[in-house]
Ligand binder design. Structure first.
Ligand SMILES: [Zn+2]
Length: 140
């Protein structure tokens, strides 16, 4: 899909997030990791939000996690989503312990079906020649 036909806002990588977006485009999810804290954090930046250390690196995530919480949207807040309502946004807690905000796909946007704590995995949606979005779907 080219940028011209994609009607939603497209993320623009910054110096701090470029690595994340490049890995997403390779269909991999990488998280920033603080060596002193021995923990991952979110979102990408070149210092640890917990301790302030710049002794950080990136580590590949398993892409697996659980739905921490979710919302089912019945109104589009932007014309780009007009054809997709209802859809689900979810806060996913990854196995690495960080919570990442995304869309939950591959399941009916029905509160009787979507459950907190349900296991999910990352999926990758190429939306342009440079940008790939990371979404989540229930694991089988
Ligand atoms: Zn730290």
């Amino acid at each position: 899909m080219s940028d011209k036909t994609y009607a939603k806002p497209i993320p623009s990588p910054s110096p701090e997030t470029r690595f994340f977006w490049e890995k997403a485009h390779a269909h991999e999810l990488w998280l920033p990791y603080c060596r002193p804290c021995a923990r991952s954090y979110w979102y990408p930046r070149d210092f640890c939000p917990r301790c302030g250390s710049r002794d950080v690196e990136s580590r590949r995530s398993t892409g697996r996690g659980r739905v921490y919480t979710f919302a089912i949207h019945h109104r589009a807040f932007h014309p780009g989503w007009a054809d997709e309502v209802p859809y689900i946004t979810a806060l996913v807690e990854l196995e690495e312990g960080v919570r990442i905000f995304s869309n939950l796909i591959g399941i009916d946007p029905d509160p009787a079906k979507v459950k907190c704590d349900m296991p999910v995995e990352a999926v990758f949606e190429d939306i342009s020649d440079e940008i790939t979005l990371i979404k989540f779907r229930p694991t089988a």
